[in-house]
Write a protein that binds this ligand. Structure first.
Ligand code: ZN
Length: 401
């Protein structure tokens, strides 16, 4: 039964260390990311599919199909997150999960009380970590799903399908994944990143993202003779932060509510710096947030006329939902596939970004699909084998003629 073969593939991929590195300036950031890409290239060749790993470490390939149909793209990333090591991954399989506490090792266990999604998988087989590493289902589950779909269509030439363009990218976890993505080279009319959690979510909306840097120059004078003259740049920085709307913070918002997030502070008496990221699904509201930064800067400058307040604001990425308004076919096709198999998809707005957003703005509309994996970026990461197999069926259905 090829169900097992699909799971074997996943288990094989997670045992290869492909952690990317945000301190490295090389492309890809770590040569070891390509250890997986090269294995994929070899496995593809065994399926009779040619592929190319280009100078940026992106593996591109194509499985020909019905040439009068739109070529559909599939993507996932080979690297794993930085929060915890990806070396020495020893996946453990929990057969027929009973809903109780899972002991990963002597030190770490996970229970539905701490991780409520576990309660949805009673009776499933789960793949968990040994407690010492991440699992790397983000995104090797996505890689394994795409490989399973390709293997299926190679084994079943009688089942007609769209031409399938696929690519496996490095450095997604350090935000550089799509930098060198070439939509022309990829060749798909539209595509899917397979890089999410629960199986029935289609992500078609991201934040609009901007950032703000505030630099304060104070007036530094010996504290003994400071009265009426000293302006402490760090205190002015605190005052600036206090002027921003109190409720627009990540810890106080959810769903479609935007936020300003103070991610870095540094300061002395003489000068201080604040770095914020600004997020909102609505572009109009993002503009309002930027205005609030400008107003706060103006007010602070008036309050401390001998200090200097410099504010710079820049845009980072846009909500990919804009692209799907113009090009709904990728979303429609996925919805059709879910329904054909008896599932109803949901569309929660992502409170973050996705490589698909960049692909979409580079000309290849790309919603994101789930992989059936949970608790990414840590030792409690796990895969529901049932949902993983559902996603193989969904992706097969999407590209089916
Ligand atoms: Zn991912």
């Amino acid at each position: 039964m090829n169900m097992d073969e699909n799971l074997q593939r996943f288990l094989r991929y997670v045992q290869i260390d492909t952690q990317s590195d945000d301190t490295s300036m090389s492309v890809p950031s770590q040569a070891k990311e390509l250890d997986l890409s090269r294995l994929l290239q070899k496995e593809l060749l065994e399926l009779g599919i040619q592929s190319e790993i280009n100078e940026f470490g992106i593996l591109y390939g194509r499985l020909d199909g019905e040439e009068d149909l739109d070529p559909i793209g599939l993507n996932s990333h080979v690297d794993t997150a930085l929060e915890i090591t990806g070396a020495g991954v020893k996946p453990q399989i929990i057969h027929n999960y009973d809903g109780g506490v899972i002991h990963l090792n002597e030190k770490y266990s996970m229970s539905p009380a701490d991780f409520p999604t576990l309660g949805d998988h009673v009776g499933d087989d789960l793949v968990v970590t040994s407690g010492d590493t991440l699992l790397g289902a983000d995104d090797k589950a996505g890689v394994a799903i795409i490989m399973a779909v390709l293997a299926y269509y190679v084994a079943h030439p009688e089942v007609k399908h769209h031409p399938i363009c696929f690519c496996f990218t490095p450095d997604e976890e350090i935000g550089r994944g799509p930098d060198h993505f070439d939509a022309k080279r990829f060749g798909a009319k539209y595509a899917y990143t397979v890089d999410g959690g629960i199986y029935n979510e289609i992500a078609i909306e991201t934040f609009n993202a901007a950032h703000a840097d505030v630099v304060i120059e104070g007036v530094s004078i010996h504290p003994g003779e400071a009265k009426g003259k000293l302006v402490n740049a760090s205190s002015v920085a605190f005052a600036f932060d206090a002027l921003l709307p109190k409720h627009k913070k990540p810890e106080l918002t959810s769903g479609r509510e935007g936020f300003n997030h103070l991610v870095q502070v540094s300061g002395t008496v003489d000068s201080a710096k604040l770095h914020y990221i600004i997020r909102n699904h609505s572009r109009e509201e993002l503009e309002i947030q930027k205005k609030e930064f400008e107003e706060a800067a103006k007010a602070i400058q008036e309050q401390y006329p001998t200090a200097k307040v410099h504010l710079t604001i820049g845009d980072d990425y846009r909500n990919m939902g804009e692209v799907f308004k113009e090009h709904p076919e990728a979303v429609d096709k996925a919805v059709e596939a879910f329904r054909a198999l008896g599932y109803e998809p949901v569309f929660p707005p992502i409170r973050g970004g996705t490589d698909g957003a960049t692909f979409s703005f580079k000309g290849c509309p790309t919603p994101n699909l789930g992989t059936g994996s949970y608790n990414h970026h840590g030792r409690f990461e796990y895969l529901s084998v049932k949902e993983f197999n559902i996603m193989i069926e969904i992706v097969k259905q999407i590209v089916k003629a």
